[in-house]
Design a protein. Structure first.
Length: 267
């Protein structure tokens, strides 16, 4: 099992996929309780959903489940959403606030640091390397961070999430033309709803790599899982739903690719 899979392309677009992995080492899996072993909080089928949408896109995908360590959290453990319910670098609960570890098996600080070095660091080393590579080729790189989540999670947010939740840390992580390009497609998508910088303003990955003054841009897309799959076990992918969603995602990625290649983003 590779910690991270990388597919190198020649586009200026890098698709980050930190939460699609389901691998949990046996010794860690045995310490999860029955609830944790369901691995419910996975960005199910995210690689399949984006596969083939943009020729030449680079893909960096973690194979490690977020219950081992969350590759989209600040490695120091600092929360990006202070005062709000969220999950931590190594989650103690699921998205419903329910405990995921057996009694007495909560990871220690030393274990968390070991997991950070073993699983979090390699993913970000690969992501940083690919962003640098495509930037060297094109003068600009756009990290498009791919996420999905159940539509209704009262512990984390009120009401039902929109189909598209776009995050740029309120414009700080990318040129405003990138956010505009994405929101124009998402807000116009027939049968879908969208929000920009709502509950999701971009996780640590988006905020860390989004450095527009260095021609390195980042934007997060959080998709409500009802748009392409069943939101309960066994988490079935629904091609008839996914086809409609993929058409809009394809337009978004192609628009970003064209924008990057036009040269207008290069400072």
């Amino acid at each position: 099992m590779n910690i991270v899979d990388v597919i190198q392309g020649d586009s200026p677009i890098v698709l980050g996929q930190p939460h699609g992995g389901t691998f949990v080492p046996d010794d860690i899996f045995a310490r999860l309780n029955a609830n944790g072993q369901n691995l419910a909080d996975t960005d199910w089928h995210i690689t399949q959903l984006y596969d083939g949408l943009l020729d030449g896109a680079t893909v960096v995908a973690s194979n490690i489940h977020r219950y081992v360590i969350d590759a989209n959290r600040d490695p120091t453990g600092v929360s990006l959403y202070p005062g709000q319910n969220t999950t931590t670098l190594v989650p103690l609960t699921d998205f419903d606030g329910q405990v995921i570890w057996r009694d007495g098996q909560t990871p220690t600080g030393e274990e968390i640091e070991s997991r950070r070095e073993a699983f979090h660091a390699p993913y970000h080393a690969a992501l940083a390397e690919e962003i640098a590579r495509v930037k060297a080729r094109h003068g600009v790189a756009i990290l498009y961070d791919c996420h999905s989540i159940r539509s209704d999670i009262p512990f984390l947010f009120e009401g039902q999430l929109p189909a598209f939740s776009i995050g740029t840390n309120v414009g700080a992580t990318c040129d405003d033309r990138i956010e505009t390009a994405v929101t124009e497609v998402a807000f116009a998508a027939d049968g879908f709803d969208a929000v920009s910088n709502g509950r999701f303003k971009g996780g640590w990955t988006t905020r860390h790599y989004g450095q527009p003054d260095r021609n390195e841009h980042a934007i997060q897309m959080e998709l409500a899982q009802r748009t392409y799959m069943r939101e309960a076990a066994p988490w079935t992918y629904l091609p008839e739903h996914a086809t409609a969603l993929r058409a809009h995602l394809k337009t978004i990625l192609q628009t970003l690719n064209d924008l990057a290649l036009s040269g207008v983003l290069t400072r």
